[in-house]
Design a protein around this ligand. Structure first.
Ligand SMILES: [Zn+2]
Length: 110
């Protein structure tokens, strides 16, 4: 397929190709991986998205933000690092304090 650009704006190379690329789109708490056609520089990797691909990604972003998920299928889990470990430890300490106090309370009441 003929590339729609003649030169890479970033590096000046004319070694460009049109191919499908994967883009991650986020809307609200939802994330989707979409394959869109792009012109890719084989020298520096820069990607140029045609207007149609940009419209597709923007529509997907709106749908995700509005929880309109019927056009998408779930293929796995989106993983993110656990929140701050010190905060988790503090919560565990609080929870164990609560359990200890409640046990004492039960004993005193019986
Ligand atoms: Zn380039």
């Amino acid at each position: 397929m003929k590339a729609s650009l003649s030169r890479c704006v970033r590096c000046g190379s004319n070694d460009l190709e049109d191919r499908d690329v994967e883009k991650l789109v986020r809307g609200g708490d939802n994330v989707a991986a979409l394959r869109v056609r792009a012109t890719v520089c084989r020298h520096c990797g820069e990607r140029y998205l045609p207007d149609g691909a940009i419209r597709t990604l923007e529509q997907a972003r709106r749908d995700l933000a509005e929880d309109k998920l019927t056009r998408f299928r779930t293929v796995g889990h989106l993983l993110t690092p656990q929140p701050d470990n010190r905060r988790l430890s503090a919560r565990r300490a609080r929870d164990s304090t609560y359990v200890r106090l409640s046990r004492i309370h039960v004993r005193n009441g019986s």
